[in-house]
Design a protein around this ligand. Structure first.
Ligand code: FMN
Length: 192
């Protein structure tokens, strides 16, 4: 009786994951979970923006940094020493490596630290960055620093989108890294 059924919703514009599939390895060194959580966030964003993404602790990749695509590293420090799941990786970087060991590696590092530890603030991410560069790797974007004493999350949120923008250029990807975790999902439950 005059009631008008709601018009069906306009179909959502189709969204698909971009298909460039550039490899992206996201590695973390973390004892208490902050670096691991940020790594997981980066891996999610990397995947939904079309990178063929892998995620793992630094120690799982001793001797096997990939020469294709990119490597994103996020690592904490503990009294100047590596987190438990990055100990072997740091030892490896400190070993007698050929000068060009990482000549084909492209990477970016973000450090999680706390400036209360003034003498060793950011020491492990800094060391990783220095060793990679020293052995021929290319830093796609300058190392970022997050300070848990002030605003680690905010510093990360400034660093990552800029790093991502530069990375897409570096890898020649015709796609601006604009999808965020808050966007419409790429998939929906289909009625069967
Ligand atoms: N941060 C630094 O930058 N340099 C340090 O030497 C350092 N030593 C720490 C020692 C202890 C016992 C604790 C609890 C924290 C220390 N921090 C240091 C801060 C941590 O690296 C920082 O909180 C980081 O976000 C922790 O990451 P995670 O939760 O992934 O382990």
């Amino acid at each position: 009786t005059g009631a008008v059924a709601a018009a069906p919703k306009a179909p959502r514009a189709p969204t698909t994951r971009p298909g460039h599939n550039t490899p992206m390895l996201v590695l973390y060194g973390s004892n208490l979970g902050s670096a691991e959580e940020l790594a997981t966030r980066m891996a999610d964003l990397s995947e939904i923006n079309g990178f063929a993404t892998r995620l793992g602790p630094l120690d799982d990749y001793v001797g096997k940094l990939p020469e294709e695509g990119g490597v994103l590293i996020i690592c904490a420090s503990y009294n100047g020493a590596a987190p438990d799941n990055a100990t072997q990786f740091v030892k490896w970087l400190d070993s007698d490596l050929p000068k060009d060991a990482f000549a084909k590696v492209r990477y970016a590092v973000f450090g999680c630290g706390n400036s209360d530890w003034a003498a060793t603030y950011q020491s492990v991410p800094r060391f990783i960055d220095e060793q990679l560069t020293k052995h021929g790797a290319r830093a796609v974007y300058p190392r970022g620093e997050g300070d848990a004493r002030s605003d680690l999350d905010g510093q990360f949120q400034k660093w990552f989108p800029e790093a991502a923008k530069v990375a897409t250029k570096e890898f020649g990807i015709d796609w601006n890294f604009t999808r965020t975790a808050e966007d419409e999902p790429l998939y929906a439950i289909e009625p069967v």
